[in-house]
Design a protein around this ligand. Structure first.
Ligand SMILES: Cc1cc2nc3c(=O)[nH]c(=O)nc-3n(C[C@H](O)[C@H](O)[C@H](O)COP(=O)(O)O)c2cc1C
Length: 315
């Protein structure tokens, strides 16, 4: 018997596997039992009604996909009345992902979503900050602090911060998020990319650029999880290219306390259940009685200094 429970700040999850925001919805109930998941994470909801970006919004790449969906949203009222209550059918914590255009809008939205049935707020601070010419909040430590401190003041729910891998110094952003009151970090959102159809000479995405996800990003994000886990005391949730239980193990060894699965669910809608089963099998085969013993258990013979870790980005 393997104990799959993990603690994420004040929350205890029955296992460390949950969906990545935007790749999961109530429709998945037809193909899996949400009761098996460590948590349910919703697609980011925004206070403003949004229709999303021009099509095509996704395209395949080698070992991954690009997306520029643009976060279509039916707003907070619809979310509170239709989406949150629907998840009450499962005994699984509901994590609500929130995006907004400004610090004030973000804090107000998180306050309005702090209602019964919501276990935690995941602030998607990888989205554009209109107070800073559209640069994502999590691109700068100062904007990260400003937005998370404003949210922290308006909700008593556990607050997770989802970081962007597009910043140059993810550890500095992680520290800013921790100092501003985040209870956990999600590392990370998608990596900015672009693909061109050489026959039409046009970008493959309607919005020209988009976010890369899937196995192609895994080594980059594993590295960021390793850096963040060494930089903060709060739990880190790894997210990027997880397809199997062993991929999840890799993230845990790098320092993650839990993982999120995104693109894999487009290939195989039941992928998260396979990841949970694979993780349990790995633990059983390696005589690991508690999955949380894997967190940060990577064996690094040549310990890198913080400075070297930072400079490694320049290589
Ligand atoms: C189609 C699609 C939509 C996404 N929508 C959101 C979103 O609404 N909010 C968010 O924080 N991340 C969003 N993401 C990013 C994922 O949550 C995740 O961070 C990223 O895809 C990396 O994980 P993966 O490689 O397992 O997919 C989206 C990703 C994809 C592919």
């Amino acid at each position: 018997m393997v104990d799959l429970r993990v603690n994420l700040g004040s929350l205890t999850l029955k296992n460390p596997v949950m969906p990545a925001s935007g790749t999961f919805g109530l429709e998945h109930r037809k193909v899996m039992d949400f009761g098996r998941l460590g948590a349910c994470v919703t697609k980011s909801v925004t206070p403003k009604l949004r229709t999303g970006n021009p099509t095509p919004r996704v395209c395949e790449t080698d070992a991954g996909m690009l997306n520029s969906i643009g976060i279509p949203s039916k707003g907070l009222k619809h979310f509170r009345e239709q989406v949150i209550p629907a998840f009450a059918a499962w005994d699984t914590p509901l994590v609500v992902s929130v995006s907004a255009d400004t610090v004030d809008e973000f804090a107000q939205a998180c306050a309005e979503l702090s209602v019964p049935g919501v276990a935690a707020i995941e602030a998607n601070i990888s989205c554009p900050n209109l107070d800073a010419d559209g640069r994502a909040f999590a691109m700068s430590a100062r904007d990260t602090t400003a937005v998370l401190a404003a949210i922290r003041a308006r909700t008593s729910l556990p607050l997770w911060a989802k970081l962007t891998p597009n910043t140059g110094d993810i550890a500095a952003i992680a520290r800013a998020a921790e100092d501003a009151g985040a209870e956990a970090l999600v590392v990370a959102n998608t990596i900015l990319g672009m693909a061109i159809d050489v026959h039409t000479r046009r970008p493959k995405l309607g919005n020209v650029m988009g976010g890369l996800s899937g196995p192609a990003v895994k080594p980059i994000i594993v590295r960021m999880v390793y850096q963040c886990a060494r930089a903060v005391r709060i739990p880190v949730i790894g997210c990027g290219g997880i397809m199997t239980g062993e991929d999840a193990v890799e993230y845990l060894l790098a320092g993650a306390a839990a993982v999120q699965v995104g693109t894999a669910s487009f290939l195989h809608p039941g992928a998260m259940i396979a990841v949970i089963d694979g993780l349990e099998r790995y633990c059983a085969e390696h005589s690991i009685s508690r999955v949380d013993q894997l967190t940060g258990a990577v064996v690094v013979d040549n310990q890198l200094s913080e400075r070297t870790l930072r400079d490694a980005i320049q290589l």
